[in-house]
Write a protein that binds this ligand. Sequence first.
Ligand SMILES: CC(C)(COP(=O)(O)OP(=O)(O)OC[C@H]1O[C@@H](n2cnc3c(N)ncnc32)[C@H](O)[C@@H]1OP(=O)(O)O)[C@@H](O)C(=O)NCCC(=O)NCCS
Length: 215
Amino acid sequence: MEVTSIKIRNYQIKDRDAIRKTSLESILLGEYRTSIFDDEILADLLTIYFTDYEPLSCFVAVKENQVIGYIMGTQDVRKMRRLIKYKIFPRLIYKALYRRQFLRRNNLILIKNIISSYLKGEFITPDFSKEYPATLHINIRAEYRRQNLGSLLVDYFLDFLKRKNIRGIHFGVMSESAKDFFIKLNFNLLFTGEYSFLRYLLGENIPHYIMGKQI
Ligand SMILES: CC(C)(COP(=O)(O)OP(=O)(O)OC[C@H]1O[C@@H](n2cnc3c(N)ncnc32)[C@H](O)[C@@H]1OP(=O)(O)O)[C@@H](O)C(=O)NCCC(=O)NCCS
């Protein structure tokens, strides 16, 4: 697909670094990002399943050979969860240990807060994977937002899933603006919650919405 000089195409290995860099741009931590886990670990958390385990479900928007946005996902969220739990997460822990990430005070404080959120039940959500088996993760470089590219990427991905006979998609978003964007694209709000684990940094809880759509 080509819109003016922007092209949407399948992911290629050469896009991997640009995707990882873009994924870090919209992380909620803003100015605090550099004070916690290093970028390598954060980019792994955000993108590694998609780029390394399901590259055929990844697409990029390119302008003049530069990646300016991406949409990536899975066709089978249960398979993705299994792989994250048994393969990706253990490797990430090992990587973090090797990179001495657990010796940093800021990281330990964050982990303590995540455990506290976990104990408060903030990570408990209904399981939507039967009705909505796919998921997605989208990100557009800041200077290319609000120019309709997000809408185009979502349509492109939904078409792709439709051709694979996938019946529905669901995913979490953690900002009002992302929620508003998907509502505008006729996604349904399936679940509303809040996370408190970044309150000590941001001064407030962050919202957690699960959006879904039948395809
Ligand atoms: C969310 C995101 C993908 C939207 O992409 P985009 O290209 O900026 O969106 P579009 O230009 O296609 O917007 C379509 C409509 O959605 C709504 N919308 C988009 N961004 C919005 C925002 N920040 N706040 C409120 N509404 C928004 C608007 O109604 C917009 O139409 P308008 O510009 O005519 O008012 C993009 O802002 C982004 O990459 N954000 C950071 C990453 C993220 O939040 N990802 C989602 C979680 S996986």
